[in-house]
Design a binder for this molecule. Structure first.
Ligand SMILES: NC(=O)c1ccc[n+]([C@@H]2O[C@H](COP(=O)([O-])OP(=O)(O)OC[C@H]3O[C@@H](n4cnc5c(N)ncnc54)[C@H](O)[C@@H]3O)[C@@H](O)[C@H]2O)c1
Length: 253
């Protein structure tokens, strides 16, 4: 029988205080996993409380994923809260900044690459070592349609997400044979804090995008639930190194 259940599994979900990864965390919780939400933002505590139920507590660990000196402690804290083992890592924390390439500030470039790309690698490395030891693990990175096309005004974001897609394949090539699959989800245009001002700032662009999405609407956080649970479950046992678009058909047009 196909097994989509996450009962008995444990998961770390980063960037889970809000937005897409908060919804993914909820889906993992609903599918039976014990989860820890990781985020730099204070709201992560309330998010964990809101998700917790009497018989299934949801844990949280507050920390900055770009703080490489403390990253091992953060991973250890998560592992302890999860009862000593980590089955699933969803690397979702990310940031965005829009500016034409010729004026793009160096500090913004650095911070975007550090959170969107470098922290994905170092989290995968630290959790991956533990998964390799136990001979089992599921790593799921959040890429973007900008992993496939270049877009405009977001050069650092595009570079970081192109990197996430390639990193996903590179890690899969080394670790799939050790029981650790590595995949990525590439969301299309989704309505979250990251994109909510697009409608006001650039109404024409917003309408153009909407008109180009075959399904006819922007995605919502819950639209990633199915693929996220699938890639974390044993139903996806033979999938690794894949970068899967969830974009309302946008890339096919
Ligand atoms: N919204 C979209 O249209 C869209 C499309 C494609 C990909 N994505 C990707 O999905 C992921 C989630 O995006 P979202 O739209 O939910 O954004 P969001 O801003 O709502 O959530 C991102 C979360 O990451 C956290 N975070 C940021 N920097 C951090 C750090 N240094 N350490 C720990 N946590 C940190 C934030 O506090 C926030 O809770 C991101 O990787 C984003 O690039 C979003």
């Amino acid at each position: 029988m196909v097994n989509f259940s996450l009962k008995g599994k444990t998961a770390i979900v980063t960037g889970a205080a809000q937005g897409l990864c908060n919804a993914i965390a909820q889906a993992y919780h609903d599918a039976g996993a014990v989860i820890v939400l990781v985020d730099v933002c204070d709201k992560v505590k309330d998010a964990a409380q809101a998700m917790s139920s009497e018989d299934a507590p949801v844990y949280y660990a507050q920390g900055d994923l770009t703080d490489t000196e403390n990253l091992q402690n953060l991973v250890n804290e998560c592992e302890e809260k999860l009862g000593g083992h980590i089955d699933i890592l969803l690397n979702g924390a990310g940031i965005q900044f829009r500016c034409n390439a010729e004026d793009f500030p160096e500090d913004r470039w650095d911070s975007i690459i550090r959170i969107n790309l470098s922290s994905v690698f170092f989290m995968a490395q630290k959790v991956g070592r533990k998964m390799i030891k136990q001979g089992y693990g599921k790593i799921i990175n959040i890429a973007s349609m900008c992993s496939f096309f270049g877009s405009t005004m977001i050069p650092a974001y595009t570079a970081s997400k192109g990197g996430v897609a390639q990193l996903t394949k590179a890690l899969s090539n080394e670790w799939a044979c050790k029981g650790v699959t590595v995949n990525a989800i590439a969301p299309g245009y989704m309505i979250t804090k990251l994109t909510e001002n697009m409608k006001e700032v650039n109404p024409k662009g917003y309408e153009e995008i909407t008109g180009r999405i075959p399904i006819g609407r922007w995605g919502e956080p819950g639209d990633l639930d199915g693929i996220s649970v699938f890639l974390a479950s044993d139903a996806s046992a033979y999938i690794s190194g894949a970068v899967i678009p969830v974009d309302g058909g946008y890339l096919g047009k």
